[in-house]
Write a protein of this length. Structure first.
Length: 144
């Protein structure tokens, strides 16, 4: 696959560790600290707190969707930062990253580890990969 624009690759290499630091803060912080750090997401979850009890399916759907969204940047930044390695390597990295997160969360008293998080985060990685692929195919390239 064609190498990424050097400036784009540099930007992705700078943003990737920042993104990962934010993700790790969100997933490893005590639950109370996390809601304070996630801005608009905290507002949504605080205002929909009753949803957890009144409509667990809707709350679960919202949480699943948020987990997908959290890993879309992973699927975008990794291929841009590293010259677009094969898709299956990036997908495997997304899966391994989320699996590691879930295994660590098992030992944290205020966190819950679920298989659905692994599925959602891996799906988010795949969506990010598809966005990069779509952008490369549809002319979001350097014009010269």
């Amino acid at each position: 696959m064609r190498a990424a624009n050097p400036r784009l690759a540099l930007a992705a290499r700078i943003l990737l560790p920042v993104y990962l630091a934010v993700v790790f803060y969100i997933v490893f912080s005590p639950a109370d600290d996390t809601t304070q750090a996630t801005g608009p997401f905290a507002w949504v979850f605080n205002n929909l707190d009753d949803l957890r009890d009144s409509d667990p399916w809707a709350y679960g759907t919202l949480e699943f969707t948020a987990n997908i969204a959290m890993f879309v940047p992973f699927g975008v930044l990794v291929p841009l930062a590293f010259g677009r390695p094969p898709w299956w390597i990036i997908l495997a990295l997304g899966f391994a990253t989320t699996l590691t997160i879930e295994l660590v969360q098992q030992s944290l008293p205020s966190r819950y580890s679920t298989v659905s998080d692994v599925v959602a985060n891996t799906l988010g990685t795949a969506i990010g990969l598809l966005l990069v692929h779509w952008a490369a195919r549809h002319g979001l390239r350097r014009r010269g």
